[in-house]
Write a protein that binds this ligand. Structure first.
Ligand code: SF4
Length: 330
């Protein structure tokens, strides 16, 4: 079974943007591929953060993932810092990664531009990303089209390391391919930018239904529907796109007709969306309550995930050290 690796930041509770854009897809893929899902807390410390907050955000992310349908009996769910081989391989890759490549990364330029003092870890972030993937010799990484470029550096690092240390043998590290997924780019409720916690335009995956409705009610729709009698253009409306994500196909068709003929007002339309969302999010919320209530079970899941990940990661590191002339513990 081909192996895939997915990483997610410990940003606390999932919101519907990262649920629809990535996690929902991982839930399907976990039955089709040998899946590793990693909460990347070492990545999270490359920007300013509160120590007291990080552990809670990591646990909240694990709870969200499990509630969303990530099944520890079907995939390996773990926290990055519980598998120290990630940073060990990252250091090794640092020694073969050209500085210029890292400085050219768009994400580095964007994040560095927002900070007064830039830590070296932020520059080296993509090297750790390459280590995350290659440590498990993942065949594929599920990404949306906009992220394909990010994988290129990992592929290049794999090529460089292979040609330096196993030039005449079969590649030790496979070059990970993009597993293009039908990821949806979910806009925030302001309709202005991608849904993102830092922009405060999200709907939490586990949010209380009353709060969800309070957010949906004033959410931006087709700006040309000024009066109730104005026909709308569903494709320009974020609510319509949320219907596509949550409502059955027949409802989506009905929404398009009602909108373009002014049969419905936007509040009618949002009420239907709210019901569709509840059908999907209600059971997720209930699972989250169960997972949260059993802290020992959560520790066990993450502990088992890390132990399994480590069994593979440590074998990779042992072979890498052997091939590089480094000393490895036996
Ligand atoms: S009727 Fe629905 S799809 Fe049309 S503009 Fe209003 S909220 Fe958007």
């Amino acid at each position: 079974m081909p192996r895939i690796f997915s990483g997610i930041q410990p940003s606390g509770e999932l919101h519907i943007g990262n649920y629809l854009g990535a996690v929902k897809n991982w839930v399907t893929l976990q039955r089709q591929y040998e899946s590793f899902i990693c909460i990347v807390d070492y990545h999270a410390i490359t920007v300013p953060y509160e120590a007291a907050d990080l552990r809670q955000r990591t646990r909240d992310m694990a709870i969200s993932l499990l509630a969303a349908g990530i099944d520890p009996s079907a995939c390996t769910l773990f926290v990055q810092s519980m598998v120290p081989e990630h940073t060990e391989l990252a250091w090794i890759f640092n020694t073969i990664t050209p500085l210029g490549e890292l400085e050219r990364q768009t994400q580095f330029k964007e994040k560095a531009g927002r900070q007064e003092s830039v830590a070296a870890g932020l520059l080296n972030y993509p090297v750790l990303q390459a280590a995350d993937i290659l440590l498990y010799k993942a065949d594929m990484v599920p990404v949306g089209e906009d992220q394909v470029q990010h994988l290129e550096l990992s592929r290049e690092i794999a090529r460089k390391w292979n040609s330096r240390f196993v030039p005449d043998a079969a590649p030790f590290f496979p070059e990970p391919k993009a597993l293009l997924t039908p990821a949806r780019r979910i806009m925030g409720l302001d309709g202005q930018a991608k849904m993102s916690k830092s922009l405060g335009n999200t709907v939490g995956l586990l949010e209380d239904p009353k709060d969800i409705w309070e957010k949906l009610r004033p959410a931006v729709t087709d700006p040309k529907r000024v009066r109730r009698t104005d026909p709308g253009t569903p494709e320009v409306c974020n609510i319509y796109h949320l219907h596509k994500a949550f409502s059955p196909a027949a409802t989506v068709e009905h929404v398009a007709v009602q909108c373009s003929t002014a049969g419905w007002g936007c509040i009618d339309c949002k009420k239907v969306l709210f019901e569709s969302m509840e059908n999907e999010l209600g059971p997720i919320r209930e699972r989250a309550i169960e997972v949260r209530a059993n802290a020992n079970k959560l520790d066990e899941i993450l502990g088992d995930g890390a132990a399994h990940a480590r069994s593979i990661a440590s074998a990779t590191i042992r072979e890498v050290k052997e091939l590089m002339g480094l000393s490895a513990t036996r």
